[in-house]
Design a protein around this ligand. Structure first.
Ligand code: IMP
Ligand code: MG
Length: 419
């Protein structure tokens, strides 16, 4: 069965939540495969706004299931909070979520560590303080707990003791951890989730079932925040490209669709390179127009023009073979629109950098295009056609407002423009 992955093609906040929401009704399984509560997916169900951080964006009106795969770092308390909010409107929906027993946890002290490290850093990253860095760091340094460790409380106590012994030696008085309190908290959360009807499973257990079902991979963050491919060290701590399908023992082939979600301009939250960033005064105007404030932290997003070299790079890194353009309506305010078409790097003009470090030194070369009066103005269609030609990937859908129904396939969109 053909699979669909929906991935942010910039630095996150491209509007993925809404795009997943648009398609999710047609899929049996919606799988989140990376990140954790650092993500913020704003979605509308029956016209009501929900901001989920961990739950996959399943469609309540169907019987589709949501999987939280082992590529994620899970704060179980946050999972419970989101489920409770959903339950108030959609009773029984918890039983449609499956948690991979091999997923690592975000423990209460990981969030504290995240905050401590940010204050200790000479150059803070501007993290969301949701414990991502410390949880994933503990995973690779072999000091974390997985969901499957919660079944055996005796072994868990021993394991926590070993881990906390090391943490205390490292942090000293900076971080006081009560092992018993941690144990009680996570065991309690695990029990509560089971009572709520959440299913606990694994990639291996689901494998056969998934082979015959329609599967949608829901990305979090954006390709430029990927720990391996993004603008390191100003990245998140997990893989954000479509290759994260491997966390379900699956691979995506050319038959499948890797849909890159592209905002008609660029935004970034937190620190790090951003070649097309607008100076603060100009940026403030676009920030207001686009409502560019973080869904998770409420922080001001940095804003800038569309960056084609960045997108070429992202398309390569995640094998993107279809595009969705969002928020073109926001730019209606402008007489002229700038697009970065190439970079000047070491005195040479290049279409895209080969390694992420080059973004630090990239000087954008702009082309100016005429603006549009609304999202159905011919000039906006021309803007998208220009992007398609430059990137060599088709725009398949156009999103022109926050509501799920404010979206058309490119073909239907063209008919509207000429109507
Ligand atoms: P962390 O993921 O909290 O460690 O944050 C690392 C960097 O990724 C920071 O610059 C965050 O602002 C950014 N980041 C993390 N999650 C998101 C997201 O969902 N959207 C946009 N930026 C994000
Ligand atoms: Mg977001």
């Amino acid at each position: 069965m053909k699979k669909l992955a929906i991935i942010g093609a910039q630095w996150g906040d491209e509007g993925k939540g809404k795009i997943v929401n648009y398609f999710s009704g047609d899929y049996d399984y919606i799988i989140r495969f990376s990140g954790g509560a650092n993500a913020g997916h704003t979605i509308y169900y029956n016209g009501k706004k929900f901001v989920n951080h961990l739950l996959p964006s399943i469609s309540p009106g169907t019987d589709s299931k949501g999987v939280l795969s082992k590529g994620m770092a899970l704060d179980l308390g946050q999972v419970i909070k989101e489920l409770e909010t959903m339950e108030a409107d959609f009773a029984g929906i918890s039983s449609r979520f499956c948690i991979d027993e091999e997923a690592f946890l975000v423990l209460p002290y990981h969030k504290e560590e995240d905050a401590i490290l940010e204050t200790l850093r000479k150059n803070p990253i501007g993290t969301t303080k949701k414990g991502m860095g410390p949880s994933f760091a503990d995973k690779v340094s072999r000091e974390n707990i997985r969901v499957c460790d919660l079944y055996d409380e005796e072994a868990l106590a021993e394991r926590l003791d070993t881990i906390i012994h090391l943490k205390s030696a490292i942090y000293g008085e900076r971080l006081a951890i009560d092992a018993k309190a941690v144990q009680d908290e996570i065991v309690g959360q695990f029990k509560k989730l089971r009572e709520m009807g959440v299913q606990f499973t694994s990639a291996a257990a689901l494998h056969e079932e998934l082979e015959s079902k329609k599967v949608l991979f829901e990305g979090a963050q954006g390709i430029m925040l990927d720990v391996d491919s993004g603008t390191y060290p100003y990245v998140t701590s997990s893989q954000t490209t479509a290759h994260g399908a491997f966390t379900m023992d699956m691979t995506l082939t050319d038959e499948d669709t890797v849909m890159g979600v592209v905002k008609a301009y660029t935004t970034r939250v937190g620190e790090g390179e951003f070649p097309t960033e607008l100076p603060e005064e100009e940026g403030a105007v676009l920030r207001e127009l686009g409502g560019e404030f973080g869904a998770t932290t409420g922080r001001n997003r940095r804003v800038g023009w569309l960056d084609l070299p960045q997108l070429r790079y992202a398309i390569r890194k995640s094998k993107v073979n279809a595009l969705v353009i969002t928020k073109g309506d926001v730019l209606s305010h402008y007489d002229e629109i700038k697009v970065c078409v190439a970079y000047e790097l070491n005195g040479k003009e290049v279409p895209m950098p080969f390694i992420a470090n080059d973004f630090q030194h990239a000087k954008p070369i702009y082309k100016t295009l005429p603006g549009w009066s609304d999202a159905f103005d011919l000039n906006f269609l021309k803007y998208m056609t220009f992007i398609e030609k430059e990137l060599g990937v088709d725009v398949q859908y156009v999103s022109y407002g926050p509501k799920t129904e404010e979206m058309l396939s490119k073909k239907d969109y063209i008919l509207e423009v000429h109507a």
